[in-house]
Structure formats: structure tokens, C-alpha cells
Design a protein around this ligand. Structure first.
Ligand code: ADP
Ligand code: MG
Length: 382
């Protein structure tokens, strides 16, 4: 199987079976207070193990995934406990993968209001004031917390953690961790491609973080920049993709000589992505700027689907076919996470309400398609 492990120097794509190892999970948010008080709104979703069953016009649609999470309506004092469950089951293995030297990528995909940001970052109040991990905290802070816990227990390795946080809006990149001086926003940043390390953003700020407290400070800066931009610009956050990146560099410390051996350095890149709302262009009153926004979002999400499909196709055929990474900024930037030495997971988020059933089915189908690709590859390999 030498061929399978062949590395293509030009596009840095590693062709091996694990290349298509895309894990797919679905998370169903609870009905909110307004929905619960409206007699016309009912829940149309049930979860049964790895299956999600949606009832639409008396027809039951069943979908199967690697993980299914359903938040129950909360009646207890302690609140929901599902942030931790989602993290333990679906995300914690990715932290392990990152320490093993893999690039890691996790996407939250779903319509606006279905729980992408809640899943990735957590409840808004939890983002700002938490002292320790509380239930409302989402994947990004938990991911970092687990990294720091692991670092503190491994004395033989020196590990550095660098973070960056940016958003893509209308195919343009904005750094969320640089200050806006005198209200003047910086020009959008550009993407370049390094022959060995792949695509990168020119002048994107990177920040070394030593502990969870440092991280919180930066998250506060990034989330408030995102929020400020959103209120001024037509709910922009639902139309932009936000990407939180971590670069983990592990260097073995040679105890005997008490010096660092630079040869034993391992670098993994982690991308945690809160995608723009997946609602279809036809449902937004698309005209002018709005149309442009809609088209860009569509393009990025569409390209993401195409890239995943092409990679799986290449793996199953053991050949190098064209992968349209460069068709959108999002996929170009995630090239090394998606195609290379990587572990990728998609968390589809859906609403249980009958009024959202069309969008819910669209998300479930998109997620199923990604998973079907993986299954087909595995069957062929057997
Ligand atoms: P999106 O980012 O997909 O637009 P949000 O994450 O902002 O959606 O979620 C919309 C609302 O629903 C928020 O008020 C959020 O707190 C709530 N919510 C989403 N998912 C859950 C969940 N699993 N449990 C409890 N509340 C949730
Ligand atoms: Mg959001």
C-alpha cells in the first residue's frame, strides 16, 4: 500500500484511507420559550441511538450518523448537561488526534438559530464571565482547556499553543484579534500559498497563550469584535464564517542532555469553524448587497461539499483528481485540514420545530451525504 501513503509535494495532499475519515454528528436544540408557548409549534424530531427520525407531512424520514445529540427541555435546576456530552463523545477524540500530530478540523453546519454558535462557543453569558468550565461553555473553550490539561501532565515535551481568530464575510477575511483603531477597520487580509506549509493568511495576528485565562482574554476580544460588526451590519454573523485556529507545536525534550531536539518537533493545526447559516438563498429576500452575501455563502458551503466529495472520490479510486479548494476562500484556507494529514468532523445543528422542517431536512441530507462518502470508501477498502 505504498501508493496510498504517497505524498504529493505540489498540493501536499496525503493519499491514504484515513484521508476520508469524516465523522458526522447531529445536534438537535431544544424548543425555546417562545416556541413552547406557541400551540402551532411542535417538535417533529426523535433521536434513537444513531438515528434521527423526522416526521414531515405524516412521512417519517430516518437518517443515521456517527453521533446524535438531542437536548431535552430543561426542567432541572442544574440546566442542560449536553455541552459536556457533545464534547466528550465527538470532540475529545480530536484533541487526542491533534496531540498525535494530525491536523484537525471541526465544522458547525446548520441554519441560523439552530445552535452553531452555542455549540462552538457556548452561551453568551458563559463566554464572558466564566472562571472555570461551566455547562454553558462550548467546544472552543473546552478544546483549549483540554489542551492545557494535557500539556501540564506531560513534562517530557515542550508544547506551545498559538491562536488566531478571524471571519470570512463576502469572501473577505477580517482578523478578529487586532484592535480597531479610531473606528477605522483594517483592510481585508489576503491568502497566499506556501509551497510546503500550504495556504495562509498574510498578516493575520497570532497569539501565544500559556493558560486558560490568556485564552479567555482573547476570546472576549474576538467575540466582541464579531458582535460589534454584527449589530452594525444586518445580522452579519449569520452570513459570515468564523474560524478559530490553534497551532500546537510539540518538541521532545531530551532529558539526558537537557536540551531540545528540534528534529523531534511536531506541528498540528486545528481549525474550529462556525459556518454561516445554511438557509437557502431562495428564502432570503435576495437583492443588491443581500444577494451578494447570499451568493458568497452559498459558494463557500457548496464548495465545501464539493471538496469533501472530491477527496473521498480520490481516496476510493486511489488517484489524484482535481479538488476545487480554490473556488472559495473558506476551502482554500482549510485545504491542509481537509485534504492532508487530517481528521475532520462535521456537527450539523438543527431545530426540532415543525416550522423549520424544510431546513432541518436540508441539513440532515447535507450531513448524510458527507457520511455516505465515508461509508462508500470504507466498503471499497474492505
Ligand atoms: P446559530 O449560531 O446557529 O445561529 P445559536 O447558537 O445562536 O444559533 O442559537 C440560537 C439560540 O438557541 C441561542 O439563544 C442559544 O442559546 C439557543 N440554543 C442553541 N442550541 C442550544 C442547545 N443545545 N441547548 C440550549 N440552548 C440552545
Ligand atoms: Mg451563530
Amino acid at each position: 500500500c505504498d501508493k496510498l501513503n504517497e505524498i504529493d509535494i505540489e498540493d501536499q495532499t496525503v493519499y491514504e484511507e484515513e484521508n476520508s475519515n469524516l465523522t458526522v454528528g447531529i445536534r438537535v436544540r431544544p424548543l425555546n420559550a417562545k416556541e413552547l408557548n406557541d400551540s402551532k409549534i411542535t417538535s417533529v424530531i426523535q433521536v434513537n441511538g444513531q438515528n434521527i427520525i423526522v416526521t414531515c407531512e405524516s412521512v417519517q424520514h430516518t437518517f443515521t450518523y456517527d453521533h446524535c445529540f438531542m437536548s431535552q427541555v430543561d426542567t432541572s435546576e442544574s440546566g442542560y448537561i449536553d455541552q459536556e456530552i457533545v464534547f466528550k463523545n465527538m470532540v475529545s477524540p480530536l484533541v487526542q488526534n491533534a496531540f498525535e500530530g494530525y491536523n484537525v478540523c471541526l465544522f458547525a453546519y446548520g441554519q441560523t438559530g439552530s445552535g452553531k454558535s452555542y455549540s462552538m462557543m457556548g452561551q453568551e453569558s458563559a463566554q464572558v464571565n466564566i472562571i472555570s468550565i461551566d455547562e454553558a461553555v462550548g467546544i472552543i473553550p473546552r478544546f483549549c482547556q483540554e489542551i492545557f490539561t494535557r500539556i501540564s501532565t506531560n513534562m517530557n515535551t515542550k508544547t506551545t499553543v498559538e491562536i488566531s481568530y478571524f471571519e470570512i464575510y463576502n469572501e473577505k477575511i477580517h482578523d478578529l484579534l487586532t484592535n480597531v483603531t479610531n473606528g477605522v477597520k483594517r483592510a481585508p487580509l489576503k491568502v497566499r500559498e506556501h509551497p510546503v506549509f500550504g495556504p495562509y493568511i498574510v498578516d493575520l495576528s497570532q497569539h501565544c497563550v500559556q493558560n486558560y485565562k490568556d485564552l479567555q482574554t482573547w476570546l472576549k476580544v474576538g467575540n466582541s469584535q464579531r458582535a460589534t460588526a454584527a449589530t452594525g451590519m444586518n445580522e452579519k454573523s449569520s452570513r459570515s464564517h468564523s474560524i478559530f485556529s490553534i497551532i500546537l507545536t510539540q518538541t521532545q525534550i531530551n532529558n539526558q542532555l537537557n536540551s531540545e531536539s528540534m528534529d523531534a518537533s511536531r506541528r498540528s493545526k486545528i481549525n474550529l469553524v462556525d459556518l454561516a447559516g445554511s438557509e437557502r438563498l431562495s428564502q432570503t429576500c435576495a437583492s443588491g448587497d443581500r444577494l451578494k452575501e447570499g451568493v458568497s455563502i452559498n459558494k463557500s458551503l457548496l464548495t465545501l461539499g464539493k471538496v469533501i466529495a472530491s477527496l473521498a472520490e480520490n481516496t476510493s479510486n486511489r488517484k489524484r483528481g482535481f479538488v476545487p479548494y480554490r473556488e472559495s476562500v473558506l476551502t482554500w484556507l482549510l485545504k491542509e485540514s481537509l485534504g492532508g494529514n487530517s481528521r475532520t468532523a462535521m456537527l450539523g445543528t438543527v431545530s426540532p420545530a415543525n416550522i423549520h422542517v424544510e431546513e432541518t431536512l436540508a441539513t440532515l441530507r447535507y450531513a448524510c451525504q458527507a457520511r455516505a462518502i465515508v461509508n462508500r470508501v470504507r466498503i471499497n477498502e474492505d
